[in-house]
Ligand binder design. Sequence first.
Ligand SMILES: [Zn+2]
Ligand SMILES: [Zn+2]
Length: 327
Amino acid sequence: MRAMTLREAKRPLVLEERPLPEPGPGQVRIRVEASGVCRTDQHIADGELPPPRLPLVLGHQIVGRVDALGPGVENRKVGERVGVGWLGWTCGQCKFCRRGEENLCPRARFTGYHLDGGFAEFALAFADYTYPLPEAGDPVKMAPWMCAGLTGFRSYRFVRDKNLLGFYGFGAAAHLLAQVARFEGKRFFAFVRPGDEEAKAFAREMGAQWVGDSTEAPPEPMEGAIVFAPVGALIPEALKHLEPGGTLVLGGIYMSPVPEMPYDLLWHERKIRSVANLTREDARLFLEIAPKVPVTPEVEVFPLEAANDALDALRTGKLRGSAVLVP
Ligand SMILES: [Zn+2]
Ligand SMILES: [Zn+2]
């Protein structure tokens, strides 16, 4: 099979011929139909998130068809369409796993990080960490569901009981959650990088009630907000516009240092919480609602061989929505 492989961090991915992988116990082999490119892939390729092993196949937003079953797999069938996300395996034994916080499992293995991912014609995945996807759907449009959607939805769950939300950073995740929020009858505001007129127009198209620079005040206080931009200075900015009792969710892996701020901004039971990885329950809940909305990402399609171009487009911020590779 062909794979775009990371052989060395900070170097472009390399197109390789590899032997077809054989599924081990509990695994399935998937013939990849589409594979999303996420900012985390770019961070790994650039060595900001050091790859735990090399060579490595990146990609944790896989849509494809089950092509072979490993020993002991009974919950998947050959030919079935499935998706795979960042959560590749958890231990099931630790206290986090036992209390439903498998996203915090210290032994968790992540797709396209510890396990080879989807920037290839075929990928292996543990069957219990694959999710059935609609047979009729467009695989290219479903690929961004698998991270921007699933992991983004974990952030959304912490403000799902609110009716007026704010999104700081309106990219891959926010533009999917905005569709869910609208479907659920919520209103939302979008905050973008100062001067980014294109992002403003995009957020308006996606139904934002008000769009502004991240330093601007919205027309009314919000009940909840999610920060996807990796900018710590946005925390006091967002708190200024949050109602008493409001929740501020930090949806990214990275964030620049959080500035000192007056306690007033946090007082009145405002909450700040970070979000790490995802659980299969997050995936189940998102995949239950996504086809009903239907959540439709803006995508830019690249052939598998052009994975480096897709990563470049992410680096330079030239993408509207999500990049998807098609083998
Ligand atoms: Zn991701
Ligand atoms: Zn565990």
